[in-house]
Design a protein around this ligand. Sequence first.
Ligand code: NFS
Length: 665
Amino acid sequence: MPKKRTAEERSIDHASQQLLIRADQLGLDTAFARAENLAACPIGAGQSGICCKNCFMGPCRLTKDGQTGVCGATVSTIAARNLARAIAAGSAAHSDHGRDVAFTLLAAAEGEAQGYQVRDPIKLRAVAAYYGVPVEGKTTAQLAKDVAQKAIAEFGQQRGELAFIKRAPKKRQEAWRRYGVVPRGIDREVVDILHRTHMGDDQDAEHILKGALRCALADGWGGSMIATELSDVLFGTPSPKVGQVNLGVLKKDEVNIVLHGHEPTLSEMIVAAASEPELIEYAQSKGAAGINLAGICCTSNEILLRQGVPSAGNFLNQELALVTGAVEAMVVDVQCIMQALPNLADHFHTKVITTSPKVKIDGSLHIEFDEHHALDIARQIVRTACDNYANRGEVVIPDDTQDIIPGFSHEYINYMLGGSYRASFRPLNDAIVSGRIRGVVADVGCNNPRVTQDKSHTWLVQEFLKNDVLVVQTGCGALASGKMGLVTGEAALKYAGPGLREVCEATGMPPVLHMGSCVDNTRVLTVLTQMAQETGLGEDISDIPAVGLAPEWMSEKALAIGAYAAASGAAVIFGIESPVAYSDEVTEILDKVWEKELGGKLIFVTNDDEMLAKSLEHIDKKRAALGLAPYEAARFGKSGDWRIQQLENLPVEARTEALYGGVAA
Ligand code: NFS
């Protein structure tokens, strides 16, 4: 990391830049500054070495070829073990989120969860079918109870296969069984990794990583999928709605409550509480015009998609929201919450409120969440924020907001492409077969303060659109694009190549589909599955011209997602440094061995141009393997209404010439 960077070098987001300057003026620390002041340890990422601290004969820092740890562990064993542990931690975090949603559904079904109810009984029936739970003659509450219990049982299941595995294409299931990576139970696979990476256990890199894949699959087709599906059951399956994103969503004259973290359970109740007339009156009695909610990170995605609650932005916006001086309370639950928040909040009037039984942070106020009294707790939190309004000092809110259209669930895409009577993915597959759409890219994952915030995400997305690649997004990547105005219908007119633009015009969809939070990457899995089953694009996820990218990743959860996507047959490209770069053998396993065994791979590429080139190369390779016509941009774009509209005022001859190249229509 170079010396102190300018605001423009730290972030390409204008609102962030303004608040970074303000933080500097006030002499306040942020992750951006800390990343500059604290050089990343070279032993552990990149090519200069690797470190093992799995026992207390070490830590063993290996920096020379052929060196081993005190126990004799090789560079490859250590690299594989470290990666496997990161994948297990990421899988545990996602899956535990799923478990909590399942317990909330159970409590709601038993009438013990204040404020919760099943909002999507149709989805409940669909999930019941995946679990083989009979639906006939049951009330919604009975069915919800049975489904919740089935889901909860999957965490402690010891043998057999997770139920959602059967949702994958047949060929994919066969590949998993052949390679021996079908997860048996969710918790079991996490424990398995912690055991096998303990000192003196598994010491064969490929074998360790096979265990890591099984654990990652327990996340993608297990814990995370449970989180997505049961959140839809409880809070509603998302469909598109217009929202707002960036720090300008904070309001000068209202009580601002920022909801940060990941689980929708408490935040949904805060949304309900904040719209109660008594609490709005309470805010007014404190001199505010009302109560304004805004989200950060994946909590933001959850409530933006379902409730249209504006988003204050992604991971690196969390501290900057406090720097506005306008936040009465930042309410956090689990994951991606910087420990720096309470210290930073001390310079303002902001209260950081932790709510999860799993998360306490020194210096913050703890109001513990309990789903049995969720609404009361939510009301207490809202009241605490209102009480704090009078303590505000100077407020600086950047004038930056963008429209965003999120909510493209698997179910909605089906409906969007086929309507109520013929819901299908046929038009999407046809568009790829014809070459109007060259392929699909999922750009997901975090911000990382070691690179310029949002720069790689938004540059890559724009380049993909230009190249007629349909982009789907989740997590902080989706919010990055949202801030740049890429997640709107108009973005097709501005950024998409001619073929993709035609498809967007015909269906009315944005060229970037925001599918949800990071656990909702499971929606990408089920969408790819349906594309494989729709015919025309092979029979398996690995046949589809698709690539997954996480150009600004930082969390262990991102590695879990990358691993399950690769195991599901996708080519996955991560930015930042490779955590396994020091081991050629492990680098080769993630790339070549996984591709041979499962058709997917995980590679690390630090350069944006190279990420783009490799993605397009993979898409074109898959198109060729399917026998599809090579992508050729110039073939399309002559049938879209937009051209006719643009040319409306021209004489007929000139219009025909422009539209059909002189050939009479
Ligand atoms: Ni995903 Fe979502 Fe964001 Fe990264 Fe964190 S919020 S779960 S881990 S930083 S994308």
